[in-house]
Design a protein. Structure first.
Length: 384
């Protein structure tokens, strides 16, 4: 505050909008309590009616005896986004063996271990894939009337990741494969995350092209699980970055053109070429890759010239990639000939994983699998 200025009185900030908000919050709480009380009574009546109607069909889970009688109520406290809700469940006792059980739980899908309803669980899991678990738990407390601990969110994400069934590539689809390192495990530089998605051009939105992507595989560790999966499913078209040998993992394999040029700079460095002399080599390679008529001949000529000049590492890099560099000319069925549609997902992976702490390999795999499954397979967000 500058000299001579006066602070505004507090009454000015107590606007009518704040009063309305407080009134709405109070009315919401009263409405929730009224609805909860009415629902509790109706559910109890429903359970009694249901038991009387199906009594002859029920059997004791211990001795299979049909001689059953009512045995009071068992209260269950469930967490929801609107707060905690107490549900009274009808109990039944077997006259033959004395076993007490609750048959209505199976009819409504209420297992004995459930304390959090699926709607609150889904919100907590979504937040857990976007920000840290501690921050997710804090947001749940602030924006809902329910509570889920950070450890609870972590466990729910781990459980969900084990249940996810990823699809297989369809005939004619192009599979894109790429990898990145995340700060997990015991190694200082972390461990690699291998990602495989299908990508097809989508419709135009606001005069901009879109891409339909679907997650096929994600794991943390070595490349062997990915190779085994691709060999089993044998997609028609595969585009990869060249980090691993995938020549026998698809019918037609294409090397990513962008990675081919990007990796060229690293091999030039290994051959001792100074940094300011490397761009012309990169530009020449990119010009060759854009030449569909004479590109293959010019490509081999460039590799041979590099070998003649003593740049054997760089020449070896180009010669090793030669069988996959121009596959798209012989096989026009590729939807993409580079892995650029994957880069958006790689940025999403790095955004979630980079939290200033080291992950466990299993923990980071669970979070990333759920995150990308929700982004690409469950919602319209797979279109980007």
């Amino acid at each position: 505050m500058l000299p001579g200025e006066h602070g505004l009185p507090e009454a000015i900030f107590a606007s009518d909008g704040q009063i309305v908000n407080r009134l709405f919050a109070a009315l919401s709480r009263e409405a929730d309590q009224h609805i909860a009380c009415g629902l509790k009574e109706q559910l109890q009546i429903l359970q009694v009616v249901w038991f009387c109607k199906h009594r002859q069909d029920l059997r004791c889970p211990a001795c299979s005896s049909p001689s059953l009688i009512r045995k009071g109520w068992r209260h269950r406290k469930l967490k929801t986004s609107r707060g905690s809700f107490t549900l009274f469940v009808l109990q039944v006792r077997c006259r033959n063996c004395g076993r007490t059980f609750r048959p209505w739980n199976d009819r409504v899908g209420l297992p004995s271990s459930r304390r959090i309803l699926e709607e609150l669980e889904a919100k907590a899991i979504f937040l857990g894939t976007q920000v840290s678990f501690a921050r997710s738990a804090q947001i749940v407390r602030q924006l809902t009337c329910g509570t889920v601990s950070a450890e609870g969110i972590r466990r729910k994400i781990a459980e969900l990741s084990q249940k996810i069934q990823l699809p297989s590539p369809q005939k004619g689809e192009t599979v894109l494969v790429d990898s990145t390192k995340v700060k997990a495990g015991s190694k200082e530089r972390g461990v690699p995350v291998y990602l495989a998605v299908t990508a097809q051009p989508g419709s135009s939105q606001s005069n901009r092209p879109t891409c339909n992507k679907q997650l096929l595989h994600l794991h943390v560790g070595t490349a062997e699980p990915l190779k085994n999966l691709l060999r089993q499913r044998m997609p028609d078209y595969l585009v990869h970055d060249g980090g691993d040998n995938l020549e026998d993992c698809a019918k037609h394999v294409q090397r990513c053109r962008w990675h081919l040029g990007y990796q060229l700079k690293h091999y030039l460095w290994q051959d001792g070429i100074p940094h300011n002399f490397r761009p012309p080599f990169h530009e020449a390679l990119m010009d060759i890759m854009k030449d569909p008529e004479n590109g293959p001949q010019r490509y081999l000529k460039l590799a041979n010239n590099l070998a003649t000049c003593g740049l054997k590492t760089t020449a070896g890099h180009l010669l090793n990639a030669a069988p996959e560099a121009f596959t798209f000319l012989k096989e026009p069925g590729f939807s993409y000939i580079d892995t650029s549609p994957l880069e958006r997902e790689m940025r999403e992976i790095n955004r979630r994983v980079d939290i200033g702490a080291r992950w466990s390999s299993s923990g980071v795999e669970s979070v990333l699998k759920v995150l990308l499954h929700q982004r690409l397979n469950e919602t319209s967000m797979g279109q980007s």
